[in-house]
Design a protein around this ligand. Sequence first.
Ligand SMILES: [Zn+2]
Length: 314
Amino acid sequence: MKTKTLILILLITLVVGGCKDSSKDSTKDLNKDSTNKTINEPIDNASKNSIKSEGLKLDYSKGYESKAKVQFKRLEAMKSFYKKAKNLDLKVHVELLDKEEWTKKYKDVPYGMPFVMLEETPTVVLPATEDGIIVKNALVYKDNVPSDIKKTLSEIGFTYEEAVKLFPDLIGLHEVGHSLTVENGNTNLNSWFNEFMATYYAYAYLVKEEPKYAKLWKANASITYLDGSKPKYTALKDFDEKYSQIQPDNYDWYQKQFTLLAVRVYDSMGLDFIDKVKDVFKDDVVDSDETFNKLHTISPIFDQWASEMKNKFK
Ligand SMILES: [Zn+2]
């Protein structure tokens, strides 16, 4: 996570073939790009298409005021939630862009794949329309969605298609979660745990404030590889060390494992977990082994989960 970083997405994608996200790395990659002129040019007429309040700013492409208002309301709710619950002061800038503006500013990022650039004030970039890469890729497999998943989505109140179209917005909350991770003083987490924490912040907020979407997020995490294939990489070590080699659908699989873990940890510890991480990790730079040593002192769930991950494809 880093400055001008793009943390592309996360989770959510019901089979996203195509959206490699991620935080750290994309972040790294895009970090390099941040020196490129294609990034960070001001949005045309941004002053006319902007909503602000203390610490928050949302710029949007012309014609998307309604969606911008919905997004901004959610940002304010998340800021207020973490201020009250953990005294964290969320500062974030969001750009809600249509395809034309996105392509002009961020030509190296596929349209529709949310990402964050972690600079002094983090910038989260979201698509304004529903025809981006994540939604498109997820809809390819709509006929392969298992009936039990369809039933779960239906019980929550969504068709698969409706759920898919919400994913970019929800992924945006994961990106905001990266900002909160830094705000909480955890600036040097290893890759997989950094992704996990971003999801934890987003999920914990949703459980309390928008439970319907928390259920949707959880349900989505069970949907992977609808084409019947299997992930090439499943080890956490690979996630940390072979990031650039991990394909989008495999990346999506990892993110969904982190989501399922977040649900378990949240069910066990709730928001107290955030305090423990603040205390135990502080600003140390740790590798995955050391991360587990530290997590071992917080909850037995992590050791159990690591063991399950190892045996998943044996
Ligand atoms: Zn991320």
